[in-house]
Design a protein around this ligand. Sequence first.
Ligand SMILES: C[S@@+](CC[C@H](N)C(=O)[O-])C[C@H]1O[C@@H](n2cnc3c(N)ncnc32)[C@H](O)[C@@H]1O
Length: 233
Amino acid sequence: MTLYDRIARFYDPWSRSVTEDVGFYVELAVASGGPVVELAVGTGRIAVPIAEAGVNVIGVDSSPEMLTAARAAAVSAGVSERLDVRLGDLREPPVPERVPLAICPFRSLLHMETEPEKLRALRAARDLLEPDGRFVFDVFAPSREDIEETHDRWLEREPGIFERAVWDEGSRTLSLSVRSGRDAATFGLHWLSAPEWQRLLDMAGFDVETLYGWFDGRTYEGDEDMIFVCRRR
Ligand SMILES: C[S@@+](CC[C@H](N)C(=O)[O-])C[C@H]1O[C@@H](n2cnc3c(N)ncnc32)[C@H](O)[C@@H]1O
């Protein structure tokens, strides 16, 4: 059982307020013409709207329960024929197809614990792409204010859903605990700075076309959020 299997039941209500990224990824998917591979597709929060926009999506995730939820979401949106979900690891995605766009939304690459694991994931993403294809993902590095405001405090993020962030600036790891009723899990999220991501992307064979600071298209200026738009070299 993966950590996300334990919280798949309440992942959607937990992430209900996260909507700012959906239009951004849908627009890229439509512009690419598809098909699109979403690495760490989860419950289809992004993949289902992409499928609703008429673009075929292959979604990879290591959590069977999250994929069950994604399938159900696609059925209820009437787009199950456009969403192909596959159980697997994003470092070795079970995807022989080559596509014009791969995405990895909502900070999922931060589940990769070390730089070598992150590099492995980036190389795997590159291998999915057609020549000139793009890989787009978002990650974050916390600000001091964010750490001070939230450190080691249980907060009710949504009704009945509680979250606690424990920040370790030495190892640059966020241990994020989430619970609702008897279901609970604690994940590690391992952040890097923008220059460190740029170095890994270069090693993986990507050129960074744009680094945004937010989904409204503002340029990155040392903000917490980083949205990398990369082109396969
Ligand atoms: C924060 S959720 C993001 C889900 C979805 N992309 C979204 O935007 O809502 C992170 C997802 O990463 C998946 N995940 C974590 N490690 C993974 C790995 N090594 N391979 C594939 N999926 C992984 C989890 O199962 C979970 O569904």
